[in-house]
Design a protein around this ligand. Structure first.
Ligand SMILES: Nc1ncnc2c1ncn2[C@@H]1O[C@H](COP(=O)(O)OP(=O)(O)O)[C@@H](O)[C@H]1O
Ligand SMILES: [Mg+2]
Length: 288
């Protein structure tokens, strides 16, 4: 039996759907099953190694467009490793390789020789556990990526700064101090600044690796609220240690154990009616 408190935290069924899947049409009685959500990231039988050590075993998973997908599982089970595969951040670690399988984003294999990795990382932004603003002003943190892309028009940069900070629910708190250091913000504000920086380049996917684990409950609630607003514009994959957080924030949940994907399903099912006994043991707190 899954703890009642956890069931209480389950997110309500999402009401916002992509325009291609109108709720009324797909849920009308007698109209047949709802159309399948569109796959954005297709992971197909991936084996991943750090040197001789295999960290991911035969992972297959379809991540859906404009949904929040949570990765859960005990420490060391491969959540961050898989997340870093999506924008090829593991390429930066010596001795790593995908020995088998493929990862496609919108049907394109991200390891194809003609894929521009810089472009890929622009499309697939990342927010880390420890907020990492650059030691620069709030304004410069947001405009950094755009300037690298050659954008120099001040009006355009101003516009993106405001839009990104509003998008990260930080504008009201910092609009009068845009030219002060990002490092002067509180931990929760710094994490939202990192989210603003990630969305400034208009990515398609945002990867979040335990984005709240260094935050207090109030700051955590703000970031979770923010995820609820971002979900309409971006596809989000979030690694979390906190099962209540997965239950509150996500549409789909993948449970990993020792480098293997044990179960992947609608979040509601993972927490209330898991198919696999290992998933049930984990979500009911028997290990982890
Ligand atoms: N840079 C690295 N070099 C070698 N092994 C690593 C590295 N990062 C992670 N690992 C190993 O890969 C496995 C999966 O780790 P990780 O993806 O960080 O798990 P999680 O995010 O679920 O805690 C672990 O056994 C971990 O020790
Ligand atoms: Mg991790």
């Amino acid at each position: 039996m899954v703890a009642a408190s956890l069931m209480d935290t389950l997110a309500p069924a999402p009401t916002l759907r992509p325009p291609s899947a109108p709720a009324a049409a797909s849920s009308a009685p007698g109209s047949g099953p709802a159309p399948a959500a569109e796959t954005l990231i297709e992971i197909d039988h991936v084996d991943f190694f750090y040197g001789a050590v295999q960290a991911l075993h035969d992972i297959s998973l379809s991540i859906q467009d404009k949904k929040v997908t949570a990765f859960i599982g005990p420490s060391g089970c491969g959540k961050s490793t898989l997340l870093r595969c999506f924008n090829r951040m593991n390429d930066l670690i010596d001795g790593t390789r995908i020995a088998k399988g493929s990862i496609k984003i919108r049907g394109i294999d991200i390891h194809r020789p003609d894929v521009d990795v810089i472009e890929l990382r622009k499309r697939v932004g990342m927010v880390f556990q420890k907020s990492n603003p650059f030691p620069k002003s709030i304004y410069e943190n947001i405009t950094y990526g755009l300037k690298l892309q050659g954008v120099s028009n001040k009006a355009r940069l101003d516009e993106v700064v405001e839009k990104s900070l509003r998008g990260a629910a930080l504008w009201e708190e910092v609009k009068d101090r845009l030219h002060t250091s990002g490092l002067g913000l509180s931990g929760g504000q710094q994490q939202r600044l990192c989210i603003a920086r990630a969305i400034a380049v208009e990515p398609e996917i945002i990867l979040m690796d335990e984005p709240c684990s260094a935050l207090d409950p109030v700051a955590t609630a703000k970031v979770e609220e923010l995820i609820q607003t971002l979900r309409t514009r971006f596809t989000i994959v979030i690694v979390t240690h906190n099962m209540q957080q997965a239950a509150r924030c996500s549409d789909k949940t993948a449970f990993f154990y020792m480098g293997k994907l044990i179960e992947y399903a609608d979040t509601r099912n993972i927490f209330m009616n898991p198919a696999n006994p290992q998933t049930e043991a984990y979500v009911s707190g028997r290990f982890g």
